[in-house]
Design a binder for this molecule. Sequence first.
Ligand SMILES: [Zn+2]
Length: 186
Amino acid sequence: MDITELSDDSKRLLILIDHFSEPAHTRKEREIWIKKIPLAALINRGVRKGTFKDYDTAPTLVDYKGTTRFANISKEGEDDVVDMREMGLVERLKLATSHHIYVSAYRITPAGKDTVKDFEKKHHAAISNMLACRECGGEVDIEARDDAPYLICKECGTDEKVDIFDIDEVPYVSRPNFTEIWLPLD
Ligand SMILES: [Zn+2]
């Protein structure tokens, strides 16, 4: 797969990763990485808002701050991250937590930054729109709090919980659908 084959959703995902990560340009500079769950939470928000057209989410067991929980994770989003790592646009780091569990963190590569610049304006606008503060329209940052990740507005400080752990809103887990072949014959 090469860059010309990137879907609209993967372009938007790379723009999203670019918003929340930064490679170091010199040895003294700090690199910024985004951890797996905050990234998954942002993808989840994008799915709910219609920013990602072909992504879906399904309840998946994850480790969040030392606790195993169900979270709504997009498998398509995860697959696109894998593809973009293979293309050299995204890098992954494995970190050991204080609970001795490995968590992945991601950041855009310099090649990824060059690629993002050439994406159509509508994709950049879609991500900016998805990340806009609900109060003032300002840009947000993401913070992993104990109960869930939150979007924090850099301008007015408004915070908004990202309901990645709110699995009751997934319609297809609410009622099992038994077809007639499972029913007793008598
Ligand atoms: Zn704001």
